[in-house]
Design a protein around this ligand. Structure first.
Ligand code: PLP
Length: 399
């Protein structure tokens, strides 16, 4: 049976049209974009064309605001490190408790090794940012606010426009990790006070290892990669032309079909969530129901382990993901669900189903067909589930 891939927030299939667009740049058009001959000029023109495609997907004011990088992690690091270097008198950062490790690990490192003060803003049980705590942390000591546009685990969307206005009022830079949002929701950076934005190709049907950092014109930028004058001195190193062309094509395709894709994918996602809740007791959807990416369903199945669900789904040819990470031998629930105060008995059994424009009704039906048995089977061996089929206090007989 054809495998079902519902893990598109982890990575997406490269669109065949994207592959087709990038292939000539490995062979006939292999020039170095900096070279002063036709090979170089062709490659350079293709890179600039891709820059324009990204500019229009983001609604940016100018294509010079796009800096190509190796992906989301590099863009996040480049934005935060640049802000600290460009504003040496400001030694504080504001971020949220539910950021990707590309931001949170860097902030923890800066706190420990560079004496930077990091304000980690909490979220509520739906994953919404605590706006009072955010406002209280803002001051003229803050170099940069880095708050994601949409959360990778729950799909919760933060009000970045509102948050960036408040950062601006104290003279702090505003960066957003929009890795999960770009290509999924409309953007108009011209009309927002966002100074920097990270995106990653492999989340929008382009290859892995390519991404971009949007840097608004006028923002003082300090490059982390020093070397040649590529990307107007903001990111040294010969451009990865085929991957950049691919990212440009992926951006153009996303822009072309975003509205229709969103309507269809949201419909599939909602049917999946409602179907699971109807068929299975003691499960619920996490995240903000009023402000969520259309492709993301994070469902917590109480009293069982997410890893068990994933293994059994995998046996059925279905790929999804769990919020848990295996840390030092113990299964820890994800930091995102922890920050949302989701009880451990539910956070451990949280599964993220993330759809794409390739997802189909049949695939949703297949998941709905197998999930009730999978959950029954795992609850049958759960120390938190009684033989009579109801939650119970931990049964030490299983320990
Ligand atoms: N930020 C978010 C929200 C992500 O979901 C990811 C990838 O999962 C990243 C950053 C890292 O992006 P990349 O894999 O391109 O380094």
């Amino acid at each position: 049976m054809k495998p079902v891939y519902f893990d598109n927030n982890a990575t997406t299939r490269v669109d065949p049209r994207v592959v087709e667009a990038m292939l000539p740049f490995f062979t006939e058009q292999f020039g170095n974009p900096s070279s002063m001959h036709a090979f170089g000029a062709n490659a350079g023109a293709a890179v600039n064309c891709a820059r324009g495609e990204l500019q229009s997907l983001l609604g940016a004011g100018h294509d010079h605001e796009i800096v190509f990088t190796s992906g989301g992690t590099e863009s996040d690091n480049a934005a935060i490190l640049s802000a600290l270097e460009a504003n040496p008198r400001r030694r504080e950062i504001i971020t949220s408790a539910v950021e990707h490790p590309a931001v949170l690990s860097l902030c923890a490192w800066l706190e420990k090794n560079r004496g930077v003060r990091v304000h980690v803003i909490p979220v509520d049980s739906k994953g919404r940012l605590d706006l009072d705590a955010y406002e209280a942390a803002l001051s003229d000591r803050v170099a940069i606010v880095s708050v994601m546009w949409a959360n990778n685990e729950t799909g919760t969307i933060f009000p970045v426009s509102q948050l960036s206005d408040k950062a601006k009022a104290v003279g702090a830079l505003f960066h957003t990790d929009a890795v999960q949002a770009v290509g999924k929701i409309p953007m108009d950076l011209k009309s927002a006070a966002i100074d920097m934005l990270s995106l990653s190709g492999h989340k929008l049907h382009a290859p892995k290892g390519i991404g971009a950092l949007y840097v608004r014109r006028g923002v003082r930028f300090r490059p982390q990669m020093k070397g040649g004058y590529q990307e107007r001195g903001r990111r040294a190193g010969t451009e990865n032309t085929p991957a950049i062309v691919a990212l440009g094509k992926a951006a153009a395709l996303a822009a072309l079909s975003m509205a229709q894709v969103n309507t269809r994918v949201r419909g599939l996602r909602d049917r999946l969530e409602q179907g699971l809740i109807q068929r299975i007791g003691h499960c619920f959807v996490t995240g903000d129901p009023d402000s969520r990416l259309p492709n993301t369903a994070n469902v917590a199945f109480e009293y069982i382990e997410g890893e068990g669900i994933l293994l059994l789904l995998n046996k059925e040819g279905i790929a999804a993901s769990s919020g848990s990470a295996c840390t030092s031998g113990s299964l820890e629930p994800s930091h995102v669900l922890r920050a949302m105060n989701i009880p451990d008995t539910a956070a451990h059994g949280a599964i993220r189903f993330s759809l794409s424009r390739d997802s189909t009704d049949d695939e949703v039906d297949r998941i709905l067909a197998v999930m009730p048995d999978i959950v029954d089977k795992l609850r049958g061996i759960s120390p938190f589930w009684s033989k009579e089929g109801a939650p119970q206090a931990f049964d030490p007989a299983y320990a």
